[in-house]
Design a protein around this ligand. Structure first.
Ligand SMILES: NC(=O)c1ccc[n+]([C@@H]2O[C@H](COP(=O)([O-])OP(=O)(O)OC[C@H]3O[C@@H](n4cnc5c(N)ncnc54)[C@H](OP(=O)(O)O)[C@@H]3O)[C@@H](O)[C@H]2O)c1
Length: 498
């Protein structure tokens, strides 16, 4: 039996930074199915040895702690390179003997599309024409992993989907969202459905609101050309933030299998209430960091948002009336991804809270996704020898302390293995992608209308424009992160949105 992984875009950044290091880690952990060969495909004229050397450098750079000469040498045997253009059918025909067997025996193959999205249909059509998508042998498979972004709006995502599904079945397509490969994101399912104590409280009766933050400290870096056409709403909300929202809000699935899990996620996405165009400025915020327009590759008058915050409601039984606040941006104060579940205050407050602040008198549960993966529960406790004065206290769980000998793996490790084993649970299905785009498109329509929120500039290192804080303040709430109120919106100025 033969098994291969073909990486289209082998000379690119994703292959060096994520894919080969993840495959190497899996190999070291003896999780890569035995005999798997990894074939890099791109136009650059590498020899096999030159490609191996480039990948060795990549592992040394991105997984220095894991690099071991013997392991690397064993892994490097599995690596080879096939120079070719994804646009030339002959280059696929030349590839065929490397992935097929001569006698029609089983030859599994996973094609990883680490190339520009405009090339996805080209690759899939050429693979089809070269008959590389036809499974060989008993129970053999041919699958493709598609990188993000999957379209840039609903229409383009549907067109891309139609192009793919014209030649492959939905169950052969693995649309990656690396957030779902994060241990802490998967732990959200364990927290909610592996414990009995949270689920009874996980609803509108006990939860005041939910916050989801994905903050980056970096600017657009080398991605300016792509980013300026995209913005944070398409780049982060359509996929990562909405995926997190589905996991927080979904009903318990009947099983942790791909069908049940994804059905429940789809129900959440379907329940998200549209934001009417005339309410755009009421429920959405957009910002651009100061200096963005001077970045190389960014249009000098660009109105692309590098920060967005939205307030969403889910029209279903569990979450009626509970706001979900989502925000994400570049050049923010801290690199951070977290979910905060803020509980309601006790119906009757019998005790004096030390500072008298309402902030202190509510419980919240924080699911820290990165960088310090963990779970924190805030509750009130009595101050010793202080009468009945109370103070907030935190019960903290940090993955790195609890599992000292087990480093948290990179999300690509898990996701590539799942695709090899045919488990699509942590990949997005076509209907999830479409519903997420539908929401993002409707927010963007609001931003093009007369009631659009202004595009505010914010200082690098802050927590976005003041409008983001106002979104919550006007309802007596605030972003739950210590430094926010001190930093947000410094030097705020307004620019007129296009
Ligand atoms: N980099 C990341 O961290 C990251 C994260 C999330 C998603 N993604 C997605 O992953 C994909 C790849 O991103 P990247 O950052 O790796 O891009 P990149 O560095 O620009 O690499 C693009 C790759 O495509 C190859 N390529 C381009 N035209 C080709 C052709 N006609 N035939 C064969 N190969 C061709 C290039 O190789 P040759 O020029 O040698 O042919 C190169 O290997 C994109 O869809 C991106 O959105 C990337």
């Amino acid at each position: 039996m033969k098994r291969s992984i073909v990486i289209f875009g082998a000379s690119g950044d994703l292959t060096s930074r994520k894919l080969i290091p993840a495959l190497y880690s899996n190999f070291r952990k003896k999780r890569l199915p035995e005999g798997t060969s990894i074939i890099g495909f791109s136009r650059h004229p590498f020899t096999d040895d030159a490609f191996r050397e480039k990948m060795r450098q990549a592992v040394l750079e991105y997984r220095p702690a894991e690099f071991a000469v013997d392991d690397w040498n064993a892994f490097a045997h599995a690596l080879s390179y096939h120079p070719g253009s994804v646009e030339k059918i002959n280059d696929y025909l030349d590839l065929a003997p490397k992935v097929n067997t001569m006698d029609g025996g089983t030859a599994d193959c996973l094609f990883y599309l680490a190339i520009a999205p405009s090339l996805y249909p080209v690759v899939v059509n050429n693979l089809n024409e070269a008959r590389l998508l036809e499974a060989m042998g008993n129970n053999g498979y041919r699958r493709i992993i598609v990188e993000k972004p999957f379209g840039h709006d609903l229409a383009s995502a549907q067109a891309l989907n139609a192009d793919l599904l014209n030649v492959v079945h939905e169950d052969q397509v693995y649309r990656i969202d690396h957030y779902l490969g994060k241990e802490t994101v998967q732990n959200l399912l364990v927290l909610r459905f592996g414990n009995a104590i949270f689920e009874p409280l996980w609803n509108r009766n006990y939860i005041d609101h939910v916050q989801i933050t994905v903050a980056e400290t970096v600017g657009v870096e080398h991605r300016a050309g792509y980013y300026d056409q995209t913005g944070v709403l398409r780049d982060m909300f359509q996929n990562h933030l909405l995926q997190l929202l589905t996991l927080v809000a979904m009903e318990p699935p009947v099983a942790v299998d791909a069908g049940a899990l994804r059905d429940e996620k789809v129900k959440v996405l379907r329940s998200i209430r549209d934001i009417p165009e005339e309410m755009s400025a009421r429920y959405t915020v957009r910002g651009q960091y100061a200096g963005y327009r001077a970045e190389p590759g960014v249009a000098p008058s660009s109105c692309t948002e590098t920060f967005a915050a939205v307030q969403l409601y889910l029209d279903n039984w569990r979450w009626q009336g509970v706001p979900f606040y989502l925000r994400s941006g570049k050049m923010l104060g801290e690199k951070l991804s977290e979910i905060v579940i803020r509980f309601r205050r006790p119906p009757h407050q019998m005790f004096d809270v030390l500072s008298g602040s309402t902030e202190l008198s509510t419980n919240h549960l924080t699911i820290a996704i990165q960088p310090d993966e963990g779970i924190h529960l805030r509750f009130l406790t009595k101050v010793p020898d202080g009468g009945m004065a109370m103070r907030p206290a935190d019960m903290d769980f940090h993955f790195r302390d609890a599992f000292q000998s087990i480093p948290i793996p990179e999300s690509y490790e898990r996701l590539i293995l799942d695709a090899l084993h045919g488990d699509p649970s942590l990949f997005a299905r076509d209907d999830e992608i479409a519903l997420a785009w539908r929401l993002v498109d409707s927010i963007r329509r609001g931003w093009e209308g007369e009631a659009a929120p202004l595009l505010s500039t914010y200082s690098p290192g802050s927590w976005g424009p003041m409008d983001s804080d106002r979104l919550l303040w006007k309802e007596g709430r605030w972003w739950m992160q210590d430094s926010i109120s001190q930093n947000s919106g410094q030097d705020e100025e307004k620019v007129v949105a296009s």
